[in-house]
Each structure stands twice: as structure tokens, then as C-alpha cells.
Design a protein around this ligand. Sequence first.
Ligand code: NDP
Length: 259
Amino acid sequence: MSSFSLEGKIALITGASYGIGMAIAKGMAAAGATIVFNDIKQELVDKGLAAYEEAGIKAHGYVCDVTNEDAVNELVAKIEAEVGVIDILVNNAGIIKRIPMCEMTAAQFRQVIDVDLNAPFIVAKAVIPSMIKKGHGKIINICSMMSELGRETVSAYAAAKGGLKMLTRNICSEYGEYNIQCNGIGPGYIATPQTAPLREIQPDGSRHPFDQFIIAKTPAARWGEAEDLAGPAVFLASDASNFVNGHVLYVDGGILAYI
Ligand code: NDP
């Protein structure tokens, strides 16, 4: 069996009803993993289940708000009872609020930190004890270029994703001895609903200034596609990466090297 195979592995990908999470889940399913995902609303889970079925994947979908610790603990217990012990966790669920810092309320700031930083802590904490018992585990935190950079209007997101990079390193340091590898993936600018406002055609028919900026500054000269994240995620979930721990792999078409 190839060391990239995920045959026999159970992967939980949070917030994977569409977008990056779904593309990662499809890549992992193609490598042999059993796919489990959650989302915050039943309608999203139903939509996700239909899309997986259409792709020939038998996924297990659950409703769960990843910021709610009791709900996450219940979810993990349910998955262990109904599907099995989780081998791979992808902390993908996330939100962004594009608001200039001085116009942002503390409640809005906290909400972003809650979903993008506190929730990965809550979900990782819920799965690690069973991973220790099983003797192995892979945790992949979906970080961002904003784990490294600051930009106008994304103060909370950058704070959360920067924190997530350090949580990744800490999980590696604390649980590496139990054969648990925790790494991050830092997507560059990916064409998903989250970034759709940045690609809107302007009233005069021109491209959005940010869209023009991305094309000019990305050596690959394009936005990323959600599918660009699948291969790196399969690598970090597989035995091929067993000595890779505590890193963030930036999947950004080269933009971080250039700007
Ligand atoms: P989204 O961030 O829009 O999708 C993530 C999913 O998580 C959505 O279905 C969302 O539901 C769900 N979600 C939000 N809050 C919760 C919650 N509390 N509990 C459970 N599920 C929740 O899509 P993307 O695919 O764009 O992003 C995936 C990840 O990649 C995120 O962590 C994001 O920050 C990161 N990323 C994305 C980039 C991009 O360019 N798109 C760039 C860098 C990083 P709902 O639709 O209801 O909000």
C-alpha cells in the first residue's frame, strides 16, 4: 500500500458542506478514507450529503456548532459509536468579517476568535484522548496567509489564524510523543463563496481592485481553487508525513514569497 493511502482511516472535516472542506474531503475519500463532516445548519449538512452522494462518496454528516464544547464532545462520542475512532481531524470551519478595526465591535472580534481559534482547540481537545489510545493521529488546522500577514479590515481573522498557527505548534510539542502529528495548511486566495465579494465585477465593468491585485501579485497569476488544497491535505493526513510536525504548509500559488 502506498504511504499516501488513507485506506481504513476515519477523517472528520469540520464545516465541509462545500468549499475547501469539501474539496479536502473528496481528496481524502479518493485516497481511501471514510469521510465524516459536520456543519452548523441542517440544510448545509443535507446539501453536503447530496453533493457527496453525487460524487459517489458515502459520507457521514452531522449538525454541530464547533464553538459549543458540550456539542463537540457529544459529536465526537456519537462518531466513535456510529463510525469509529477518528484518525484524522481537519479543523476547517471558519468565518471572516471584513471590517476596519476601529469600526469593529468587541463582540464581532470575539465571534471570529471563537470560530477560527477557540473551536479548533475545542475539537482537537475532544479527539486527542482517543488518538492517544489508538496510538496515532493526524490534526490539520486550516490556517491562512493571514497567519503571517496583517491587512486592512481583517484584524480579528489575522489574530485568530496567527493564534491557530501557534496552537498547531503547541499541539505538536505537547502530543508529538504520542505519534500525533499536527500541521497547518495556509491557503492563499482561494475562489470560494467566502472570497466571492472580492471578485465582484465593478459597476463600470472592470474587475474588483482586489481581484486585480491577486492576479498581479500571485506568481501563479490566478486565484487558487478549493481542489488545490486536496493533495497537500492528503499528504499531511497520510503516513508519508509521519516526521512532519508543527508546520504550516502554505498553498498559495507563491504569493507569500512575492509580496
Ligand atoms: P467558509 O469559511 O465559508 O466555510 C466554512 C464552513 O464552516 C461553512 O459551511 C460555514 O457555515 C461553517 N461554519 C462556520 N461557523 C461554524 C460553526 N460555528 N460550526 C460549524 N460550522 C461552521 O469556506 P471556505 O471553504 O472559504 O474556508 C474554509 C477554511 O479555509 C476556513 O477556515 C477559512 O478561514 C480558510 N481559508 C479560506 C481562504 C479562502 O480564500 N477561501 C483563504 C485562507 C483560509 P456557514 O456557511 O453557515 O457560515
